[in-house]
Write a protein that binds this ligand. Structure first.
Ligand SMILES: Cc1ncc(C[n+]2csc(CCOP(=O)(O)OP(=O)(O)O)c2C)c(N)n1
Ligand SMILES: CC(=O)[C@@H](O)[C@H](O)COP(=O)(O)O
Ligand SMILES: [Mg+2]
Length: 639
């Protein structure tokens, strides 16, 4: 580890370095990040792009007092290294280790927990207004990427910031990339600011220019009276200026001295300021510079080659099967549309985009817009498939309810990352979707037991004439054979995978595999279980569930989802509606708490969401029954 970084225990320690040493420090930081993420996995390219920027920020601002909010927060590794977490950095994103995102509970320098995009300006504005109300004077800074700037919330906040005129600074980290290349008209505007010389001239330069020509000073007075048009013509950040921001930049985000200079200007300014910083995503590591998309979020990799270490012979991921199936279906049906909110590769739509560019839309980080645009496309007679991670669909709840379900429009929600996602942790676990969707009329909810059933469910969703959400987990499938022919499953029907009289295991999604493993373990102990793959969280297969529940009377429900309002709740509601009061029911799922980051297998084991946990639950149920039986016997003797 570099000699300079070792001297940085807090951001104040940066004051000891001159510019040359700061540039050398940047190189040391890059080395630590590359070597650490090569082991732990993480967001490599975003962090390599903000090394100099973060150093400059911590030189100009005092993050123990000033408030710095990192949008999404996936680019906060440099910040963490400079704020006392160098010695913990090797635990990045590991269970029990430091998070890959800012966490106030981790450090006073982490002003706000982030993970979902486009929240930083709102949070910063709130903190600035709070500061003003208290009569405090510290700086408040939001660091937001060009991708995150495409999120509607960012503009809602900018709009109000310009109105409130409070002192705050927005640092726009423009690397021309979201996860994939950035999209949208804003991206085009920012590119012009980056590249078009006429946009570079500032008002002072124009004044200087005019002084050199005859009657130039008179002309300047005239022009100055028309400053709005002057502004419109020459001030680069016109869009931001019109929103009430002072625009500063663009500045080379890898030149520490220049960034420090412009940040000092921003700090001294009054009212909202936007500093436009130009960076390169992945800077300093050639494979990441050449492929910032692939190195946006990466698993463990070989530093020498940039090759990501993949478990040999791993089955295809649910994501891959989704992507391949959608292409297959779209080849037969030209009404199928693929929509992503800035996550083509993560959702598996990359091949669809290549094959059907006319029927593919990446709307930027704009899930709300994506859903209602899909509603519009459905109304126009198309079959939109919106591929949005479960956790990010939370942002579009009202659009799902109000624009899609209330009109009963045939929109398919491909909810990848349904369940515990692992290293990204609580901001990204997709464990609330059954609860927040199940209560909406007209929607069908389903979750496949394996990747083969996923392809059938996608087909079933497109056969269905109304809103459908299909929920599937992050990572590899179960390694089953994929049927050649796709079939439409009967909506609201589950399937019995094995029969046994001692206990009923009602499982949904990837928990079906665990239920089957548990049934084998139980059988070896003389306990025979019926296992039902419920397939649908809504509508439930009521007849099937009631038939077995009435006969067996001991029921365990299994879901990788919060218990509150999830699949198990739906089953309990069914039993209540049918007045089945004599059943013994145990629901397995996620308790009412946010689950930390860590490998999926570790998290599932800690929550009893595996075969061992199911066996334990059944045994516990058994004990419960024996206790009741003993109690009845005692009571029986007394009466
Ligand atoms: C609401 C929401 N949707 C999607 C994502 C997934 N996501 C994380 S980072 C990112 C791209 C961010 O691009 P940018 O803000 O430019 O940051 P960069 O990685 O380029 O530094 C996306 C789409 C998210 N975190 N939150
Ligand atoms: C920071 C962010 O929100 C995304 O990069 C997210 O980490 C992607 O998750 P996957 O790695 O599951 O695609
Ligand atoms: Mg970007």
């Amino acid at each position: 580890m570099g000699v300079l970084l070792k001297k940085v225990f807090s951001p104040q320690d940066l004051q000891q370095f001159n510019i040359k040493e700061l540039q050398a420090l940047a190189a040391e930081i890059r080395e630590v990040i590359i070597n650490t993420v090569a082991e732990t996995g993480g967001h490599l390219a975003p962090n390599l792009g903000v090394v100099e920027l973060t150093i400059a920020i911590h030189r100009v601002f005092n993050s123990a007092v000033d408030r710095i909010i990192w949008d999404v927060g996936h680019q906060s590794y440099v910040h963490k290294l400079l704020t006392g977490r160098l010695t913990q950095f090797h635990t990045l994103r590991q269970h029990g280790g430091i998070s890959g995102f800012p966490k106030p509970e981790e450090s006073i320098h982490d002003a706000f927990a982030t993970g979902h995009s486009s929240t930083s300006i709102s949070a910063a504005l709130g903190m600035a207004l709070g500061r003003d109300l208290k009569g405090q004077k510290h700086s408040v800074v939001a660091v937001i990427g060009d991708g995150s700037m495409t999120g509607g919330m960012a503009f809602e906040a900018m709009n109000f910031a310009g109105h409130s005129k409070t002192n705050m600074i927005v640092i726009l980290n423009d690397n021309e990339m979201s996860i994939a290349p950035n999209v949208g008209a804003l991206s085009g505007y920012l590119s012009r600011l980056r590249t078009d010389p006429k946009y570079y001239r500032s008002k002072d330069e124009i004044a200087e220019l005019l002084q050199k020509i005859p009657h130039g000073s008179k002309l300047l007075k005239v022009v100055d009276r028309l400053k709005d048009s002057l502004k419109y013509l020459v001030v680069p950040g016109m869009l931001f200026e019109e929103l009430g921001f002072t625009y500063l930049g663009p500045v080379d985000g890898h030149d520490i001295k220049s960034v420090m200079t412009v940040l000092q200007q921003a700090k001294a300014a009054t009212g909202p300021v936007l500093v436009h910083v130009l960076t390169q995503k992945g800077k300093g590591y050639l494979p990441a510079e050449q492929n910032p998309d692939r190195f946006h979020g990466v698993g463990a990799f070989d530093v020498a080659t940039g090759e990501v270490k993949k478990a040999a012979g791993a089955p295809p991921s649910y994501t891959e099967v989704f992507g391949k199936t959608l292409v297959k279906l779209a080849q037969r049906d030209d009404k199928i549309i693929g929509i992503t909110a800035a996550m083509p590769s993560g959702t598996g739509l990359t091949n669809f985009a290549k094959e059907f560019p006319q029927r593919y839309f990446d709307v930027g980080i704009a899930e709300q817009h994506a859903v209602t645009m899909a509603a519009g496309l459905a109304m126009a007679g198309y079959r939109p498939v919106t591929a949005i991670y479960s956790t990010f669909l939370q942002r579009a709840y009202d659009q799902v309810l109000h624009d899609v379900c209330m009109q009963n429009l045939p929109v398919v929600f491909a909810m990848d990352r349904g369940g515990l996602v692992g290293d990204d942790g609580p901001t990204h676990h997709g464990v609330f979707d059954i609860a927040f969707l199940r209560n909406i009329p007209n929607i069908v909810l389903m979750s496949p037991k394996d990747e083969n059933e996923l392809q059938h469910m996608l087909y079933t969703a497109l056969c269905h004439g109304g809103p459908v959400a299909v929920r599937y987990p992050r990572g590899s499938g179960e390694g089953v054979t994929l049927d050649e022919e796709l079939k439409c499953l009967p909506v609201g029907k589950g399937e019995v995978l094995r029969e046994g009289d001692d206990v009923l295991l009602l499982a949904i999604g990837n928990m079906v595999t665990e239920a089957m493993k548990a049934a084998e373990k139980l059988s070896s102990q003389g306990i025979e279980a019926t296992v039902i793959n419920a397939r649908f969280m809504k509508p439930l297969d009521q007849d099937l569930i009631l038939h077995y529940a009435r006969r067996i009377k001991k029921v365990v429900t299994l879901e990788e989802h919060v218990l509150m309002g999830g699949f198990g709740s739906a089953v309990l509601e069914l039993f209540e509606a049918e007045r089945l009061y004599d059943l013994k029911v145990k629901r397995l799922g996620i308790p009412d708490q946010f689950i930390e980051h860590g490998k999926q297998s570790i998290l599932r084991a800690s929550l009893g969401l595996n075969a061992e946990g199911v066996v334990e639950a059944v045994m516990g149920l058994g004990k419960e029954i024996k206790k009741v039986q003993r109690l009845k016997a005692v009571l029986g003797r007394k009466n």
